[in-house]
Design a protein around this ligand. Sequence first.
Ligand code: NAD
Length: 473
Amino acid sequence: MKIYDKLFIDGRWTFPDSDSDAIDVINPYTEAVCGQVPSANEADTNAAVMAARNAFDAWAATAPEKRAALIQHLAQKLMEYTDEISQTITMELGMPISMSTTIQSGLPAGSMSSYVDLAKNLQVREEIGNSIVIKEPAGVCAFITPWNYPLHQIVGKVAPALAAGCTMLVKPSSETPLNAFILAKITQEIGLPNGVFNLVTGSGELVGEALCRHPQVDLISFTGSTHAGRRIGTIAAQGIKRLTLELGGKSTNIILEDADFEKAVSNGVKNMFLNSGQTCSALSRMLVPENLLDQAAAIAKDTALKLKVGDPADAGVFMGPLVSRKQQQRVLNYIKQGIEQGAELICGGTDIPDHLKSGYFVMPTIFSHVSNQMTIAKEEIFGPVLCIIPFKDETDAVNIANDSIYGLSGAVWSKDQDRAIKIAEKLRTGQVAINGGRHNILAPFGGYKQSGRGREFGKFGLEEFLEIKSIQL
Ligand code: NAD
């Protein structure tokens, strides 16, 4: 049980002004309370924003080398805290520990570390004709983050903001806030100047919206649902604030007839069920040639049935529970709709085995013979549900892929890499993996269409935190 009764404001642990009940954090495997964090109010939010505002001038004027050294120290500490971070996130989110260690803890440490050189080498001045063009830190930033890769998503904002010279407030998701307290503790341990990093916990509607409305907040970076992103965009527009949005997705995995079919299908299945399908870039629509549909379904089923589902603390488990009862019910409801709309259920479904009745489990579920017009193919389910959709030819595959309100990610499999790249170029999405291409922490991440605006990670992520000024001579 982890109990945090204070917020982190201006470098100090501070009791909240609010007398609201603390927020309970639920372990989704045991369904028991595993932690508590404060429920902040508007006064707390205002205090945190003013701390960030007061710290801004000095931090913005700090030499890039000094900022880089602090970022390096932060990255080292994140590595040292690997066990505590991964165990905490497994407890609050339910991702199996074997994967939490590399993904939920190792990945943020790596991303933080990638900003050491970017901070050091930041080019903030160039001459264009009779002008000097200067890049300056954007100001006080509000970060509102979700629960699925909680620390990764926080670090994807904090690291570039620190590198750029911005100060910040983090409001993590109320489902998985505990890891953010470890980060706050680390910022204190490395001696980050007071007020540069502040942590407030509370509801999106109260604390999140208060941050977005606050006149002293210059930039909002949000990761979460398209629904909340739209609301935040509306509020940000009132204050004409700079805005980055990382939202939902319904990404396609196009497997061409010349691909290594067995490998492509089984890789796609594992991608889909990673983190119980709670990944914004999950390849939730698998597109296969119509004459290979049954073969794809057989390989997919075989792969899914071999994945161990259960206690996230068990090192052999691939899939744990979903994050909450609400998320479990939402996903089961989508599965019912898939069945009602005539998709062919080839494994999983709404039944949950007796030994998994405690915990918010949904079994790996695969539908075949899915049409792109069905609800399960159109809406982001954010759970372990894979749709296999047949296509006639390459053009049809690209049309199906692009027939979505989302445009976050995608994948193409073919023996012919040039052919796959040509298809990748036609996809209206922010990233595409060819033949299982690995995640790159220096590559930009973000979405087209309703998957968001702006980019995170690497140098593109850093650019989001810089204002541009031209001085004419
Ligand atoms: P959510 O939108 O409900 O919540 C995300 C955060 O926003 C939380 O901190 C929440 O408290 C806050 N929030 C909610 N309503 C708000 C409001 N009106 N004003 C201000 N803040 C508000 O999303 P979630 O359920 O936590 O996360 C799942 C969603 O996030 C999925 O749709 C997923 O696709 C998306 N996501 C996208 C990316 C990406 O990079 N594109 C990454 C992870 C998750």
